[in-house]
Design a protein around this ligand. Structure first.
Ligand code: FES
Length: 767
């Protein structure tokens, strides 16, 4: 590596920090540090004309690394990187710190200690800067086509939106027809019209007028020239990476469904369950066609997962007799009966004797809001029940319809109207979850055994037909598909978003998007919004033409790496594979396209064979040394490892708000706490720390999925090791913060400082 010629630029923030820190002492100190050839103080360096001073100094002083102490570190880093580029230096050869937020403001009432800390911070930044290496900008071509998995309402809308924008789209649907659950739902709320309504395409299709919405068959969807629809098809393999996926699809040809679109027919057991003689004769063929399977490979730059949801299997709840008594049906089965194209041609029947039911009881929250099955609320089942009760009351006004509920959740726009209309139509509501659905041994008639919480009594309701509003659960094959794509599932088994609050249709994998019921059960308007969002995100990705990222990635030392196979399992992005190297030696290989530079693999590798290009082991160790050894005050030192995301921003916000905490606390920022090894924790003690705090994101809020959780486990293990050395384990602690928790960070810093003071300085020779 070339001899360092480091320029140090110290902003005094218009006197705001030089009134607290002794700048004269700091400047004199920095000038003496080997490798530093230029030191400059100014009001600020993150705005012009300060940036010009940096730009000129790099050129005039022939600097090859710079350290800048500014105010807000991220903005400052962005601007300084730009200046480095303009001055002909690699933009990664700068270390930016903030003496204002991380030193002067939070320690304003202990200026001497704050100056000591500032010396340590500057030394750490300079020692790190000496070890910085230039990084490249990586560019990969993006194929301008998309593959949508799932041909329900969400999948159709995504495909239509992307095709409208000119992208070729493959739609892979495992059923023989498009429309998903909507194809069987008869009508939808809140518009009370057909469930198979889609937004009209803006493609020029002669004969298709561009009104606000279309029935799927009138939309001309199958005729859009850049949409390739594959029904009876399943994704079975995936290769490649963002912008360049090769997807293997198995396409089966198998038997018959009645009013499917496109017109392919299958044998449908659910249909047979309720079919009349007429519908059987009209819709169902007598012979099945043989199944054949072909395998095809499709290229796609982006993938959108729109696999929807399905009904919970109510037969698991034995006391409700679903699957045992023919007159216990689900809401989707009822919807099929109420559909003019359904198995009963729209007639409501009691399956056991095909009579018209006079008394119908609907049971809500079957398998949902029930910790035995699914603790979550499926969000739309109350509305499905209200919708069906209204259709029944309209067509069969004399029918006695009762709904057993825990709470009626009609939260959406126009949804409460359904509840009010149902009440007006005479639907009766009974608050209570039925304990059992019994069968009258003499008549065979059903009896719903329930509590009426409002009347404080148990009651038994005779019923001709019981309709279960079941939970909605992830569609079949979700787990296998998630494994194939490398996506996470949430605790309920649905696809997990990159961030449910702000990036609801992106995933942790660039180039793969999700939408609709694949992430959670949704009503139609929310699904349409989701689909539009996913299409926009995918289009933006595809449109870039190139997938550009910096080289902040992991790197493997093949000589050290040795067959252990830990890292491919722990990488949250599937960026690591194993490859033969020499003499049958298997080594890890990093796919730079997929690597997000979190360092979780670094923290996992038992052989120290992996490093991060932008946070190398020697850089981390150089900072620890500088922060723990440069001290004349003899005060206990608390070393804080903070992640660069939420955990670290809690410290930033404490500084911004000038929330005080002891200057004993000195920080090493790492990309994610997942990078930390036990050795980092112990080494900090060995080198001079009297207490160590690890500050990461919330356990379920790590920006790299599991980093915070992994760090917590390592902290727990390291505490046991400390104990075995005779060192108080409470000298080490992990905390989890977010940006707005500056107060909490300050309290944690005080706690750890107090512990270090109470326990006294550490005897290092025992580690
Ligand atoms: Fe904060 Fe992982 S990014 S702990």
């Amino acid at each position: 590596m070339e001899e360092p010629r480091i320029g140090v630029f110290l902003s005094d923030c218009n006197g705001e920090i030089s009134s607290i820190l002794n700048f004269k002492e700091l400047l004199a100190y920095v000038e003496e540090i080997p490798g530093v050839v230029y030191v400059k103080q100014n009001n600020e360096f993150c705005e012009e004309p300060g940036l010009k001073i940096v730009r000129d100094a790099i050129k005039e002083q022939n600097l090859n690394r710079i350290v800048v102490s500014g105010d807000e570190p991220v903005t400052c880093m962005v601007r300084i990187s730009r200046v480095l580029r303009e001055a002909g230096l690699n933009p990664y050869l700068a270390e930016v710190i903030t003496l204002r937020e991380h030193c002067a403001k939070p320690h304003k009432n202990e200026p001497d200690k704050a100056t000591q800390k500032a010396r340590a911070m500057l030394l750490a930044a300079i020692e790190k800067a000496k070890l910085l290496e230039p990084l490249e900008t990586l560019k990969y071509p993006i194929k301008k086509s998309a593959l949508v998995i799932g041909g329900g309402i969400a999948g159709i809308q995504v495909a239509m939106n992307l095709s409208d924008l000119g992208f070729p789209v493959h739609v892979v649907e495992k059923e023989p027809y498009l429309g998903g659950i909507a194809a069987k739902a008869v009508k939808f709320f809140p518009t009370d019209d057909c469930s198979l309504c889609v937004g009209a395409s803006s493609c020029d299709l002669n004969g298709v007028t561009k009104t606000s919405r279309k029935c799927l068959y009138r939309s001309g969807f199958s005729e859009i020239s850049n949409v390739n629809i594959l029904t009876n098809a399943k994704v079975v393999g995936l290769k490649g990476g963002p912008g360049d996926y090769q997807v293997t699809v198995e396409k089966a040809v198998y038997p018959v469904f009645p009013h499917g679109y496109p017109e392919i027919r299958i044998v449908d057991d659910q249909f047979r369950k309720f079919a009349t003689e007429y519908t059987l004769k009209t819709y169902v063929p007598t012979q099945s066609e043989p199944t054949t399977v072909e395998s095809i490979c499709l290229d796609a730059g982006a993938i959108i997962v729109a696999t929807g949801f399905r009904e919970f299997d109510a037969s698991i709840i034995e006391e409700y007799r679903y699957g045992v008594h023919p007159d216990v049906v689900t809401q989707l089965e009822l919807a099929r009966m109420l559909d003019a194209f359904g198995p009963t041609a729209g007639s409501l029947i009691r399956p056991s004797d095909r009579s018209i039911p006079k008394k119908i009881v609907m049971v809500l929250c079957v398998g949902s809001r029930d910790t035995r099955y699914n603790a979550y609320c499926s969000s739309i089942c109350c509305m499905v029940a209200l919708k069906h009760s209204l259709i029944i009351k309209e067509k069969y006004p004399d029918t006695d319809v009762r709904i057993c509920y825990i709470d009626i959740r009609s939260w959406g726009r126009g949804h409460e109207d359904y509840y009010l209309r149902a009440r007006e139509a005479g639907v009766k509501f009974i608050k209570g979850r039925p304990t059992e659905i019994l069968e009258d041994s003499e008549t065979g008639r059903l009896i719903v055994d329930t509590e009426d919480e409002l009347l404080c009594k148990f009651t038994q309701i005779p019923a001709d037909l019981v309709v279960l509003s079941t939970a909605f659960v992830p569609s079949e094959g979700t787990k296998e598909l998630a494994e194939m794509l490398g996506l996470e599932l949430d605790k309920d088994g649905f696809f997990k978003e990159y961030n449910s609050k702000v990036r609801p249709t992106e995933t942790k994998l660039r180039g793969i998007f999700i939408c609709g019921g694949a992430t959670f059960p949704k009503d139609s308007p929310t699904t349409a919004l989701h689909a539009a969002s996913a299409a926009m995100k995918a289009a933006r990705f595809l449109n870039a033409g190139e997938f550009v990222k910096d080289q902040k990635t992991a790197i493997v030392d093949s000589e050290l790496c040795g067959d252990c196979e830990f890292c491919p399992v722990t990488c949250p992005y599937g960026a690591i594979t194993l490859a033969e190297w020499k003499e049958s030696h298997v080594v890890a290989e990093i796919d730079d396209r997929k690597c997000e530079g979190c360092g979780i693999c670094v923290g996992t590798c038992p052989l120290n064979a992996i490093d991060l290009r932008h946070a190398k082991e020697d850089q981390i160790m150089a900072q620890i040394k500088a922060l723990t050894q440069n001290d004349e005050s003899k005060e206990p030192i608390v070393l804080a490892y903070c992640c660069a995301e939420c955990g670290g921003t809690a410290m930033d916000s404490a500084g911004m708000a000038a929330i005080e905490y002891p200057a004993n606390v000195r920080t090493v920022k790492v990309p994610c706490t997942g990078i930390l090894k036990i050795h980092h924790l112990l080494e900090a003690f060995k080198l001079g720390a009297d207490a160590v705090m690890v500050v990461g994101c919330k356990l379920d809020g790590c920006h790299y999925e599991e980093g915070s959780m992994r760090a917590k486990r390592k902290v727990e293990l390291a505490k046991k090791l400390l104990q075995s050395y005779g060192i108080e384990p409470e000298r080490l602690e992990m905390f989890h913060n977010v940006y707005v928790e500056g107060n909490e960070f300050a309290e944690e810093a005080k706690t750890m400082t107090k512990r270090a003071m109470t326990l006294g300085r550490l005897q290092r020779d025992i580690i």
